[in-house]
Design a protein around this ligand. Structure first.
Ligand SMILES: *C/C=C(C)/C=C/C=C(C)/C=C/C1=C(C)CCCC1(C)C
Length: 244
C-alpha cells in the first residue's frame, strides 16, 4: 500500500506534477544540446556542452527529488541546494565564455562564482535551519544575506563587467544574447526568493496563506525557465553566429 502511494502522482498535487515534468524536460533538453553541439562552430562547442551539463545535473537531482517528495511530502532542501551549487556556477561559466572573446579575464568568472555560491549557502542556511514555530528572524536574516550575492550577479550582468564586455564585443549576436541572459537573471532568478518566502513563517506564507508546498512549485517552475531557457539562449547565439 505504501509502495502504491509512492508510485502514483495524486491528481491534485501540482508540486509532484512539476517534479515529474521538470525531470523529463531537463533530460530532453540535455539530449537536445548534446546533439545540436555537432552543428555549431568549434568555438561554441564548449558553451553547448555546459548547457547540456546544467540540464543534465538538474535532471539527475529531479530524479531523486520527485521520489523524495512523493514519499515524504516534504521539500527536498538538501538535494535542491546541491543541484543549484553545481549548476549556478556553470551558468556563470556561460557568461564568462560569451564575454571571453571581448576580453573577459578568469577573475570575472571567480567573482561571479563566489557571489552566487555565497547566495546559495546563505539561502541553504536560511531554509534548512529555519526554526519551527514561525519565528522569521533566522530566515529573514539569511535571506537578506543571500540577496546581497544575488544583487552582485545582477549588477555585473546589467551594468558591471559582463555588460561592459558585451558592449565592447564586435559580435552583435553576443551583445543581444548577453542582454537576454541578463533578463533571465533579473526576472527568472527573482522567482526563487518568491518560493523562499512561502516557507512556514515566510511573508507570503503568512500574508496569503501560501503553504510551504509552494516553495517547490516556484522552484520547479523557475528551474525549468532558467536552466532550459538559459541554455536555449546560448544555443541560439551559437547557431546564429555559426551560420555566418
Ligand atoms: C538553476 C538554478 C538557479 C538559477 C537558482 C537560482 C537561485 C536563486 C537566484 C536563489 C536566490 C535566493 C535569494 C535571492 C534569497 C532567498 C534565498 C534564495 C537562495 C532562494
Amino acid at each position: 500500500m505504501i509502495l502504491l502511494d509512492v508510485l502514483t502522482i495524486p491528481k491534485d498535487d501540482a508540486v509532484a506534477f512539476t517534479f515529474f515534468t521538470g525531470y523529463m524536460a531537463m533530460l530532453a533538453a540535455s539530449i537536445f544540446f548534446i546533439f545540436e553541439r555537432g552543428r555549431v562552430d568549434d568555438k561554441w562547442k564548449l558553451s553547448l556542452l555546459i548547457s547540456a551539463l546544467i540540464t543534465f545535473i538538474a535532471a539527475v537531482h529531479y530524479y531523486y527529488m520527485r521520489d523524495y517528495y512523493l514519499a515524504t511530502g516534504e521539500n527536498p532542501t538538501s538535494l535542491r541546494y546541491i543541484d543549484w551549487t553545481l549548476t549556478v556556477p556553470l551558468m556563470c561559466v556561460e557568461f564568462y565564455l560569451l564575454t571571453k572573446a571581448a576580453g573577459a579575464k578568469i577573475g570575472l568568472l571567480w567573482k561571479l562564482i563566489i557571489a552566487s555560491v555565497w547566495m546559495l549557502v546563505a539561502g541553504y542556511i536560511g531554509e534548512a535551519f529555519n526554526p519551527e514555530g514561525g519565528d522569521t528572524t533566522h530566515s529573514v536574516l539569511w535571506g537578506f544575506l543571500s540577496t546581497i550575492g544575488y544583487i552582485y550577479v545582477l549588477y555585473t550582468a546589467w551594468f558591471g563587467e559582463v555588460a561592459k564586455l558585451a558592449a565592447a564585443s564586435n559580435n552583435p549576436v553576443v551583445k543581444r544574447g548577453v542582454r537576454t541572459l541578463a533578463w533571465f537573471v533579473l526576472v527568472g532568478w527573482a522567482i526563487y526568493p518568491i518560493g523562499y518566502m512561502c516557507m512556514p513563517g515566510g511573508w507570503l506564507n503568512t500574508a496569503f496563506g501560501w503553504g510551504s508546498g509552494n516553495v517547490d512549485l516556484f522552484y520547479n517552475i523557475a528551474d525549468a525557465i532558467n536552466k532550459i531557457g538559459f541554455g536555449l539562449v546560448v544555443y541560439s547565439i551559437a547557431i546564429t553566429s555559426s551560420r555566418k
